[in-house]
Design a protein around this ligand. Structure first.
Ligand SMILES: C[S@@+](CC[C@H](N)C(=O)[O-])C[C@H]1O[C@@H](n2cnc3c(N)ncnc32)[C@H](O)[C@@H]1O
Length: 278
């Protein structure tokens, strides 16, 4: 009995959150979840929904941020790690699964693309983005990763951070990214996968036509950020979220002791980061 209770969260994690197989219902569930999240907790002024990233070297140079950005430092550092892999200056960049827009805004203001477009399947997230990020050259619109409404060869770079685990078909997503990229364009991709799905993900990227320029496992960096962020997340949950939703919120935020946190700790889940080229 105890075993099955303990095993259940892990099964939910493996079967639902990040299963490698195609699963169209997953797309619907995540869209519903993010719309609920954004419409119920729209007053929480968080601009990111990711687990964060930090350097493992204690003497590593700190990213310089404004004081208002400091509170979301680790989430910004994840974007910086992914998007700063190639120069984006003067390019047309698309972010798929932009969430609450903090990443697209960061890229526009700090990495200076020519244009920056953020899309997300959640209408509520896009409303939040349009309300809170008014930045020249940056636009947001509702869109589905598996069916991008852009012409072939529209972008120089596509960025995708911690979103693809929500999609019904990763294969359709990769095919769409390849289609909208210009020749030699880059795909900067980061997300978590169960350890037994890593090879399949890498293979799928290759069969979709991408050259893998760089592939890393950044799980240790993510875990360290989760530790450093734990107090802040718990404070937001305690302050802004109704008590009966605290367990769900802790899970979703990956607080210490939750199944996601433990899966990263024992490396049943790995956080992957790729630099790819068309
Ligand atoms: C964990 S959040 C990450 C958001 C953002 N990238 C960040 O790091 O702050 C995942 C995001 O993916 C979006 N998403 C889920 N399925 C999607 C789909 N099929 N197409 C586009 N966006 C999707 C969700 O609405 C959500 O905003």
């Amino acid at each position: 009995m105890l075993n099955s209770l303990v095993a259940r969260p892990v099964n939910i994690l493996n079967n639902f959150i990040a299963r490698p197989n195609d699963y169209p219902f997953r797309r619907f569930l995540w869209k519903t979840w993010y719309n609920l999240f954004a419409s119920n907790f729209g007053n929480i002024k968080i601009a990111f929904i990711n687990y964060g990233y930090t350097d493992l070297q204690p003497d590593a140079k700190q990213l310089e941020l404004s004081s208002s950005e400091e509170k979301e430092r680790y989430c910004i550092q994840l974007y910086h790690h992914v998007a700063n892999a190639i120069p984006l200056f003067g390019l047309d960049v698309l972010e798929v699964g932009c969430g609450r827009g903090g990443g697209s805004s960061y890229i526009t203001r700090y990495l200076h693309p020519r244009t920056m477009t953020g899309i997300d399947i959640s209408e509520s997230n896009i409303s939040f983005c349009q309300k809170y990020h008014s930045v020249p050259k940056l636009t947001f619109r509702v869109g589905d990763a598996e069916s991008l409404t852009f012409n072939d060869c529209s972008f120089d770079t596509v960025v995708n951070v911690e979103s693809s685990h929500c999609y019904g078909s990763t294969e359709r997503f990769f095919t769409e990214v390849y289609r909208v990229l210009r020749p030699n364009g880059h795909f900067l991709f980061a997300d978590f996968r169960p350890k037994d799905a890593i090879d399949k993900t890498t293979k799928l990227l290759e069969t979709s036509g991408f050259k893998i320029l760089k592939s890393e496992r950044i799980t240790a960096n993510i875990l360290k950020a989760m530790d450093l962020e734990n107090e802040r997340k718990l404070a937001i949950i305690n302050q802004d979220i109704p008590k009966h939703l605290h367990i769900v919120a802790n899970w979703f935020a990956g607080c210490q002791g939750t199944p996601v946190y433990e899966a990263f700790q024992n490396r049943n889940l790995e956080y992957l980061c790729y630099v790819l080229q068309k």
